[in-house]
Design a protein around this ligand. Structure first.
Ligand code: F6R
Length: 609
């Protein structure tokens, strides 16, 4: 949600902190700030709004030092304001924080009784005062942070500096991601590895309860009790330039266009044509364990949940095993009936979504095997799962998920193939036929992208409407949900996704000439039924935007606007139908002047409940 960055080394800290914050800005953006050790004092600068505002505030003002921390905030406690922006100070201790401190009210009352004055409405400020209180008792900063973490409840990733120890950043995490990086004579702290990629690729991910004392000459890691722990250093292979826009006006559009490649990358090296099998070395379960799986669960949030819904249709068809799909925030609070031999699949782009993580932990505790489909390498979910299937999509910066979604679908196809083969539902010949279709997907996606102009024309006709309905059936029902979500989150138009057959049970009452209806009609066994749903819509004078398989004439003649999608096997059609819907949402939002990469109220990864 919010972003943390820290630097200690021999260079000027401010440009490094600002560069890191720029890369993190997509995580949260109502205010930003930096704190730098300058001479004897730590100087703090904060401002409300985008990072540019902070840069302007720093312009011409001398702020130099070799150690500092920075933050971009997305408000949870307290409105966006300069006082509530991070870093927060308690005398000589200055801190940035991601997460939520659940017991901040009693802590605040106690600290006020101790004489501490609060300047903000945030939960974070209690942590600054608490650490300062221990520092004043004579503890080293690292010890003080450990002592403070014992008193706070909730989730946090923090980075703290102190005027008493001008060479050290102390970082600690519980429930929120935090990475430490090192290079020659310098060290970095960040909530996302992206923030340090311009300077180092050697990173280590802190585990729950870890406290890191980070200085130019080394990193000391302990658990919250002060016992030394060691974490493996990883080499990040992402190219920092991959995170730039590469000439596209927005990250979202760039990411939409990357999909032929990311779909290919997610399959690459993971199948054998000869065997008609998927080869998933990190999947964490033996063939025997897969064969013994009782029930399959898929749990995720938002767009990743939509991918999970597609996964249900896919797995039930290809593996012939019941699949239960849940929204993570619902699953975790209902004492679900997960059993020992169940396969529990979680799906997450970031691998840091709090609800999805909590669901995975709950399932693990109940004895299920957790396999996660994740994009961010080394993320918490990836590290805590028994098996992992990475979507090799590279960093996704646009807040609206696009390439991660089609990557997740591709990973689900690979998993369904593997499970289908292991459980004897698919023969070798079936597997080969399946793979032959799968490898054509990137080319088919390219063909759709080449026709972006047709989507622009449709967007121009309808972008002023206030409501949209999206209808799909079967495996494309979740794509109707996803199309509606994309539109609402970036264009702020109210949009609903519905199972087409459900329309007559209620939503048909909404339909009139001002409600464009997007109908997804692949050539499958439900095609005729979808056509009759469309007729019901037309009879109520709603403008219809039909997405149909190439060569399909009937719907084409009835609808007000038509986009044809290359024909493929019905089970593979969701990827192809998702692409024009992503483009439609993008162009409608652009025509309405919306900020597509950073839509209001949204953050890229939701690391709090
Ligand atoms: C929508 C979107 C969100 C995420 C959801 C889960 O475009 O991006 O709905 O899909 O917040 O995030 P991850 O996949 O990181 O767990």
């Amino acid at each position: 949600m919010c972003g943390i960055v820290g630097y200690v080394g021999d260079k000027d800290a401010v440009p490094i902190l600002l560069g890191g914050l720029k890369r993190l800005e997509y995580r949260g953006y109502d205010s930003a700030g930096v704190a730098v050790h300058q001479g004897e004092r730590i100087e703090v600068r904060r401002s409300v709004g985008k990072l540019m505002k902070l840069e302007q505030a720093l312009l011409g003002k001398e702020l130099h030092g070799h150690i500092g921390i920075g933050h971009t905030r997305w408000a949870t406690h307290g409105k966006p304001s300069e006082q509530n922006a991070h870093p927060h100070r308690s005398e000589g201790c200055v801190l940035v924080h991601n997460g939520i401190i659940e017991n901040y009210v009693p802590l605040r009352q106690q600290l006020e009784r101790d004489g501490y004055k609060f300047e903000s409405e945030t939960d974070t400020e209690v942590v600054a005062h608490l650490i300062n209180k221990f520092v004043k008792k004579g503890m080293r900063l690292g010890e003080a942070v450990r002592a403070a973490t014992k008193e706070i409840r909730g989730s946090y990733a923090i980075a703290v500096i102190s005027e008493r120890e001008p060479d050290t950043i102390v970082a600690a995490r519980s429930g929120c991601p935090l990475v430490v990086g090192k290079s020659e004579g310098a060290a970095f702290v960040a909530s996302d590895v992206m923030a340090m990629l311009d300077h180092t690729r050697d990173v280590l991910y802190l585990e729950e309860g870890d406290v890191a004392e980070v200085g130019p000459s080394g990193i000391m890691l302990t658990d919250c009790e002060g016992r030394a722990v060691s974490r493996q250093t990883m080499k990040v292979t992402w190219d920092a330039a991959a995170a730039e826009k590469s000439g596209f006006p927005h990250f979202m559009l760039k990411e939409i266009y990357e999909q032929p490649q990311t779909i290919l990358d997610t399959m690459r090296g993971r199948y054998s044509f000869e065997e008609g099998e998927a080869d998933l070395p990190d999947i964490g379960l033996t063939n025997e364990q897969f064969a013994a799986v009782g029930r399959i669960w898929i749990v995720a949030c938002g767009t990743s949940w939509h991918a999970g819904l597609v996964g249900k249709y896919l797995l039930e068809e290809m593996v012939r095993t019941p699949v239960q799909v849940d929204i993570a925030s619902e699953f975790r609070y209902r004492n679900p009936l997960v059993e020992k031999n169940d396969l529990f699949i979680t799906i997450s782009q970031s691998g840091e979504t709090a609800d999805t993580l909590a669901a995975a932990r709950e399932a693990k505790q109940k004895g299920a095997r957790v396999v996660s489909i994740v994009n961010v390498v080394g993320s918490t979910l990836a590290r805590e799962s028994d098996g992992i299937l990475y979507t090799h999509c590279g960093p996704e910066i646009g807040v609206a998920s696009t390439k991660a979604f089609t990557g997740q679908l591709t990973a689900l196809y690979m998993l369904a193939l593997h499970l289908g083969r292991v459980r004897g539902v698919l023969s070798k010949a079936d597997g080969k036929a399946w793979l032959e279709r799968l490898v054509t997907l990137p080319t088919l996606v390219k063909r759709i992208l080449a026709r972006e102009a047709e989507v622009v024309a449709i967007a121009k006709r309808f972008y002023k409407k206030r409501n949209f309905l999206y209808l799909g059936r079967g495996i494309n029902y979740p794509i109707a949900l996803e199309g509606a979500l994309k539109l609402k989150e970036i264009s702020y138009i109210h949009a609903e996704g519905y199972a087409a057959g459900e329309m007559k049970h209620g939503p048909i009452a909404l339909i009139d000439r001002d409600m464009p209806v997007v109908v997804l009609a692949p050539r499958d066994r439900l095609y005729e039924k979808t056509v009759s749903n469309l007729m019901e819509v037309k009879a109520r004078r709603a403008p219809v935007i039909a997405l149909v398989a190439e060569g399909e004439r009937e719907l084409g003649m009835t609808a007000d606007a038509v986009f044809t999608v290359p024909d493929t096997h019905p089970l593979l059609s969701p990827i192809l139908f998702a692409i024009p819907l992503q483009l439609l949402a993008y162009h409608v939002a652009i025509l309405r002047g919306a900020d597509v990469d950073q839509p209001r109220n949204l953050a890229k990864s939701v690391t709090v409940e």
